[in-house]
Design a protein around this ligand. Structure first.
Ligand code: M6P
Ligand code: ZN
Length: 170
């Protein structure tokens, strides 16, 4: 039995691992370029009894027309994942071999990511997007395909709003 608490900034108290992704760590995942090197997102993770609990904080911003987002990955093993919105406004992209879906994620929204679906989260708002993810510790992260081809759609700013557009690399 264990209990976690998320603080007002979206950080899990007592986390055991922190990951910081700067623009320079993931340039290839965006379609546009920038000259500076902002932090795109941070992940705070706890692992107990084979389950990982992680909050991700995606900062607001864009690289060209594309909103700040996670790299996105598919699990190496068959493992589902649960996302729960904590704060801010985002989109989650889900993609399998022949399916593509997107859902809004915000406070109190729960999303089930089925095994074999690649998943990426995008901050489409003007404040931090925070969500909690729960998944098997041995799920594994595969970034390879996403790095080369990405998702079927990209999320861009169009006339002051977010829009899905075709991914030119697809
Ligand atoms: C969520 C979980 C983590 C993941 C993180 C960032 O917290 O899905 O497993 O690491 O988002 O996403 P990515 O690994 O694609 O950079
Ligand atoms: Zn995952």
């Amino acid at each position: 039995m264990f209990m976690y608490e998320i603080d007002e900034n979206g950080i899990i108290k007592g986390y055991s691992k922190k990951v910081v992704r700067k623009y320079s760590d993931m340039k290839e995942f965006f379609q546009w370029k920038r000259e500076d090197n902002p932090t795109i997102y941070e992940v705070y993770e706890c692992e107990k009894k084979g389950l990982n609990f992680a909050t991700t904080i995606i900062f607001p911003g864009r690289v060209g027309k594309e909103y700040f987002m996670t790299k996105g990955h598919v699990h190496k093993k068959k493992a589902d994942e649960i996302y729960i919105g904590v704060k801010g406004k985002g989109l989650i992209l889900l993609q399998s071999k022949d399916d593509f879906l997107s859902f809004e994620i915000k406070k109190n929204i729960i999303i089930h990511v089925p095994e074999n679906y690649a998943h990426r989260t995008v901050n489409i708002g003007d404040e931090n997007l925070v969500f909690l993810a729960v998944y098997a510790s041995d799920a594994g992260h595969d970034y390879d395909f996403i790095k080369r081809k990405g998702f079927r759609k990209i999320v861009i700013e169009k006339n002051g709003k977010h829009a899905l557009a075709e991914n030119p690399k697809w």
